[in-house]
Design a protein around this ligand. Structure first.
Ligand SMILES: *Cc1c(COP(=O)(O)O)cnc(C)c1O
Length: 399
């Protein structure tokens, strides 16, 4: 395949193996970003090694703090979302925890929406119990509840659009304006929009978090997150926290997400379209009381979705008629042939779950008798939507 010229060895074999140079890359050009690995990053001189490191620059000082594969992924994510700064971290949840820790210290207070991604509620409780950081949950469908919850020590207003499980879309413009007037930082879990369908930095957000685990990876084989920002001071605080905690991401995983990004817009659009077809069919079924999908006018906050978003994801929930029991709901999910029972979404396979939503959060979901049936969450993959519809119809008819 190739001919290699080599000089007569001047060292022992094991030294030769460690120190032999890679082949030249001159004349080689290809689309994929090289997969760089490396814990030790070599400096050219002691002077270079002693030079101050710019924590938010493209400095190569140690594998944990970034290499060209990791930085290239961060750069592409920043381009997609229109951010100046970005870092990748071990999971979407880590990204949210980093934002909280960058903004809050003992005695501070933050706001989270009632319909927040579940583990964030657990994070808020733990920051309160362990570090004395207070929090208040607000009603995402009522910006006045944000105004009412702001305190003199409120340092962060966290948002998620739409909310996990129930898909209400908040009035992000008003929430950001309220937080800014109060001097609090703002962050959004922008996973649903994948950085494509909503642009947080055009709306004044300080931070956006992506669970790259979902659409950006797109193949259900990587766990990773990203934090993006246009606020240099806030991002510097966050990067400091990232380094203190010693968080790092495998370059091999970055390589997989870089591959996923190539088809991200196509997959996002196609899965959304398939999802909407499925949701529209489900709406007609007599077992279903309502479909919680921001594209539908009956979704709380639909008007804010129309105003602020340019697309939608392929995940939504359906509320069964209130006479259905939890057992019947489980039977429906268990009898599906093409849907796996699993958390996560954004991968090629469709997923379904019966989800638990606290009664206090069901105020927008009640029927005319004040009841709310079991809730099923469906994440639509890349299968033929007609097959998925047929599978769902069989399960619902049998229930
Ligand atoms: C999955 C998810 C996360 C967390 O992502 P992980 O990478 O699994 O930690 C955060 N927010 C939303 C909305 C998610 O769906």
């Amino acid at each position: 395949m190739s001919t290699f010229k080599h000089d007569k060895p001047t060292h022992g074999l094991s030294t030769e193996i460690v120190h032999s140079k890679p082949v030249s890359t001159e004349g080689f050009s290809a689309l994929p970003v090289p997969l760089y690995r490396g814990s030790s990053t070599f400096f050219e001189s002691t002077a270079a090694q002693r030079a101050p490191v710019n924590p938010i620059g493209l400095d190569y000082s140690y594998g944990l703090h970034g290499n060209p594969t990791q930085y290239t992924l961060a750069k592409k994510l920043a381009e997609i979302e229109g951010a100046m700064h970005a870092l990748v971290c071990p999971s979407g949840l880590t990204g949210i925890a980093l934002v909280a820790q960058a903004c809050l210290k003992t005695g501070d207070h933050w706001l989270i929406p009632e319909n927040v991604y579940g583990p964030v509620q657990a994070l808020a409780r733990s920051l309160h119990a362990d570090y004395g950081i207070e929090f208040t949950e607000y009603d995402p469908c009522n910006a006045a509840s944000v105004a009412a919850a702001l305190q003199t020590n409120t340092k962060l207003v966290w948002t998620e659009a739409p909310g996990s499980l129930t898909f209400e879309v908040p009035d992000l413009q008003t929430i950001v304006a309220l937080a800014k007037a109060h001097g609090a930082r703002t962050g959004i879990d922008n996973t649903w929009a994948a950085g494509i369908a909503y642009k947080p930095f055009e709306h004044g957000f300080d931070f956006s978090v992506q669970a790259l685990t979902k659409y950006q990876c797109g193949h259900a084989d990587v766990l990773m997150g990203a934090v993006l920002s246009n606020n240099t001071r806030a991002f510097t605080d966050l990067e400091r926290r990232n380094r203190i905690l010693g968080l790092g991401v495998s370059p091999a995983d970055c390589d997989l997400v870089l591959r996923g990004l190539l088809t991200l817009p196509l997959r996002y659009r196609q899965q959304a379209e398939n999802g909407l077809l499925v949701a529209t069919e489900l709406k007609q079924h007599k077992a279903i009381a309502r479909v919680l999908h921001p594209e539908f006018p009956e979704c709380p906050g639909h008007e804010f979705y129309k105003r602020d978003f340019t697309g939608f994801a392929s995940i939504f929930s359906v509320v069964l008629q209130s006479h259905y029991t939890d057992e019947q709901a489980c039977k429906i999910i268990d009898s599906l042939k093409l849907f796996k029972i699993a958390y996560s979404w954004g991968g090629p396979e469709s997923l379904g779950l019966v989800v638990n939503v606290a009664d206090s959060r069901k105020r927008y979901l009640l029927d005319t008798n004040g009841q709310c049936g079991p809730i099923l969450r469906l994440a639509i993959g890349l299968e033929d939507p007609n097959d998925l519809i047929a599978d769902l119809m069989l399960a619902l008819d049998a229930a």
